[in-house]
Design a protein. Structure first.
Lengths: 298, 227
């Protein structure tokens, strides 16, 4: 069992509240996933700037003077915003790949949670409420975000086993369920040159979608082909720089509820997660159909 | 009319209060406000009382019901009216997966759509769905009637025993050992009664009946592929 929440805003006036709304939804899903929690948030971005969200088990020493060291090695301006065990590194967009590779030498213990222009991912082990407080999620704003509360089944309870998973620029995926062919698919993707960091089944799902999109598929097409190529139980919610998608496997035993108003599209593993959203009383509320791809774009 | 605020007073208090009602109670009408998608609302009741839930519910609403009439003025999460013994449960909106599962008796009315596995392993309950139902509905259903005014999804009535399935719209596919059967006058009578009690505006003659071909009851090596 896991909990998923997602919110895709259509009304810009709600953007300052995105973090607060998502945090409330996330905490409501605590009893579906009390061991870890995470959130991917798509916030404002300035053209030409790239972001890396990094995580460290020893943030004090790892993040100390990292900006100046990275800036020097990269020969470019670098800013770092530290939030608990995570930090968001901003530099020129065309320098982010280089920055990522320099980081592996400068601070070998760091993990890259996400890379892109808009996405930031924060995830840790612990009760969702504690995780939300550590990262001050309620203060975050943005155009859309996805959150996950985890009850681990397929891999250990660790930060890297928590969701969301990001395997491509500005892409992320959260998952409720379990994939049964992830080992064979991981081997296949690795042969194709896809980098997979953990033994987690969901990361394989995320890497699969990224690989499909690298080969020319749209997110919608990638999700449609996942219905053929992924075996197991899944309700997926995915995010891209300007989009938000949902797909459930054909058996659809993992729950899902969606709500749409003029202001937003919302996803919850249960209706409980949606009850405090503005205007929910008049929203169109429905259960997404099995083996059907739903997708919204800004 | 007794009103119970679920948000203020909690779930355990609600179910304890409702369980305390007996056949002799004069507090026969209850209203539950602020359900907010909570789980296990009005579960295990055993008295001829009427409970109205003013909003949508989460998992297992009205499970194991006996005698009571429970109405949800919203949609219900997974497992609504699961294992009902008697009484009536009415969902004004949609019902999520396995509504009415394993029910032994009583009437479940879903005014919207029901999703997958509606009436799975039903054992005597009557279910009337005004809208559509999802895949694998009435899987291994043993007794009772499932009436669907809209369409049915894939694998309707897979491995069916003796439950009767009536569908007015299309059936995406029939499950193993489920076949269409003749709609005889006695079935018209059953439908007339159930549609009337469920407030469904549909003519019994418009329905098709599906039931068990009874080929999977006992092991037959020629059916090995269907087991």
């Amino acid at each position: 069992m896991c909990g998923i929440v997602g919110l895709f805003l259509k009304d810009k006036a709600l953007e300052p509240q995105l973090g607060a709304l998502l945090t409330d939804m996330l905490i409501t899903m605590t009893d579906r996933g009390p061991d870890s929690a995470g959130i991917a948030i798509y916030s404002d971005f300035s053209e030409g700037t790239g972001k890396l969200t990094i995580q460290s088990d020893d943030p004090k020493s790892d993040f100390s003077s990292l900006d100046s060291e990275l800036s020097e090695a990269l020969n470019a301006e670098v800013s770092i915003r530290v939030i608990d065990t995570h930090a968001v590194v901003e530099t020129a967009h065309d320098k982010t790949a280089q920055a990522r590779s320099i980081l592996t030498t400068l601070r070998p213990g760091l993990r890259v949670m996400s890379a892109g222009e808009s996405i930031e991912i924060f995830k840790e082990v612990g009760l969702p409420e504690n995780v939300a407080n550590r990262f001050e999620l309620t203060k975050m704003c943005g155009s859309h975000g996805i959150g996950h509360t985890r009850m681990a089944t397929e891999s250990a309870v660790t930060t890297e086993g928590a969701h969301p998973f990001s395997t491509g620029p500005d892409q992320c995926l959260v998952h409720n369920g379990s994939l049964s062919n992830h080992n064979s698919l991981r081997r296949k993707l690795v042969r194709e040159g896809v980098q997979i960091e953990s033994l987690n089944d969901t990361e394989v799902g995320a890497a699969y979608l990224t690989w499909k999109m690298q080969n020319g598929a749209t997110l919608g097409e990638a999700l449609t082909s996942s219905l053929e190529d992924l075996d197991g139980f899944f309700t997926f919610v995915v995010g891209t720089k300007d989009g938000f998608g949902v797909v459930r496997d054909p058996i659809a035993c993992k729950p899902a509820v969606m709500a749409e108003t003029d202001q937003y599209v919302a996803f919850g593993s249960e209706y409980r997660a949606l009850v405090n959203l503005p205007g929910i009383e008049d929203a169109r509320v429905w259960e997404p159909e099995p083996a059907t791809v739903y997708f919204w774009n800004h | 009319m007794q009103t119970y605020d679920l948000e203020a007073n909690g779930l355990r208090g609600l179910n304890e209060t409702l369980h305390a009602q007996s056949g002799a109670t004069n507090q026969t009408a209850w209203e539950v406000v602020n359900p907010k998608g909570s789980h296990a609302i009005a579960v295990g009741l055993d008295a001829p009382i009427e409970v109205t839930v003013k909003g949508s519910t989460g998992y297992y609403c009205a499970g194991m019901n006996q005698q009571a009439t429970i109405r949800v003025e919203g949609s219900a999460g997974p497992g609504a009216a699961e294992n009902m013994m008697s009484g009536t449960v009415i969902i004004d909106g949609d019902a999520s997966q396995y509504a009415g599962a394993t029910g032994h008796g009583g009437l479940l009315v879903i005014k919207g759509n029901a999703s997958s596995r509606c009436g799975i392993s039903m054992k005597g309950i009557d279910i009337v769905v005004h809208g559509n139902i999802g895949h694998m509905s009435a899987f291994m259903a043993q007794a009772g009637n499932l009436v669907v005014c809209g369409d049915a999804g894939d694998a309707l009535g897979d491995s069916l025993y003796e439950a009767r399935l009536f569908v007015r719209g299309s059936v995406k596919s029939l499950g193993a050992d489920c076949i269409e059967k003749e709609l005889r006058p006695e079935h018209i009578e059953i439908l007339k009664d159930l549609l009337g009690r469920a407030g469904a505006d549909a003519k019994p003659e418009e329905f098709k009946r599906y039931g068990s071909a009874r080929q999977l009851y006992n092991f037959d090596v020629d059916n090995a592929a269907a087991y």
